[in-house]
Design a protein around this ligand. Sequence first.
Ligand code: KG4
Ligand code: ZN
Length: 336
Amino acid sequence: MLVLGIESTCDETGISIVRDGKQILSNIVSSQIDLHREFGGVVPELACRRHIDVIIPILDEALKQAGITLNQIDLFAVAHGPGLIGALLIGLNTAKVLALAQNKPFIGVNHIEAHLYAVLMSYPDPISFPCLGVVLSGGHTALILMHDIGHYELIGQTVDDAIGEAFDKVAKILGLPYPGGPQIEALALQGNPKRYLFKGGQVKGRPFDFSFSGLKTAVLYTLKGQNANQNFASEVNPADLAASFQQTAFEDVIYKTLLAANQSRIQTILFGGGVTNNRRLKELFEIADKQKIYKWPSVGLSLDNAAMIAGLGYQHYLKRGKGDGLDLEPLTRISF
Ligand code: KG4
Ligand code: ZN
């Protein structure tokens, strides 16, 4: 079965063609990093305009690279949330129009769930359930108990900033370009992670929830004092600050993830989202618990992409035996 997937939830436009939920024939992603860099974060209006500009050229490219014509596609899959409303509408309407014109089914999938499906696509052999899913991206931070594809329990999530967003904001505070994650990782390599003692954010009565905004503010105050307009305090070392921030954020994620896995007697942990590109995160998990089995998305499937949307769309279509109606709405928030 050939599935064409569409991703447009935030600042990446993606179209991919995937056979039988796993074999990627093409996976085209147009990133908008250049567009949003000068603003230090995603500007929704600009993101939508860019999605409109590139979505059809990317569609042509994806078909060409896969050596497929549109009438060979069996199913159109799209991420219909969570994300920016205008951005979602562009991908969703594109998928609906293509399905209608080709008289083929169409299905909407959850972008966060797709980040975890990306891991299942990354390994040749099937991964057995149950697993613990950990989503660490620019828009989301969540711990999800995965009983099977489509059968989940949300254990914890962020109550404010997502972890990737915290990396981006701390990078901005340090004067580093967007997106900040790779910049912080590189700077932290030269720093001492024990130089500044920050605390991970705790949410009262909810041991698996995350809060990163306090940590980000602690970095700001360390750098500039309580008066955020002040210039860099000269004695502050930016590399130590980046390393200490990164260490604190990751120790928090690792502690809560392993606690959740141990409580649920789960051995296999799946990771999704852009922050999983960070090598230090992988090292720290290995140091914290060598017995667990860690599964990471492959290159090209960690950041936002449409292959994971096509793959997950295929799985849901198989289970349900039918697609969604053309009245499917975009959802800026989706709960599990
Ligand atoms: O998964 P993704 O494309 O975004 C959403 O779905 O929201 O991930 C983008 C995020 C950005 O916040 C970026 O700074 C972060 O992933 N990121 C990293 C690294 N590479 C990307 N964070 C930490 N370390 C990295 N190496
Ligand atoms: Zn994402």
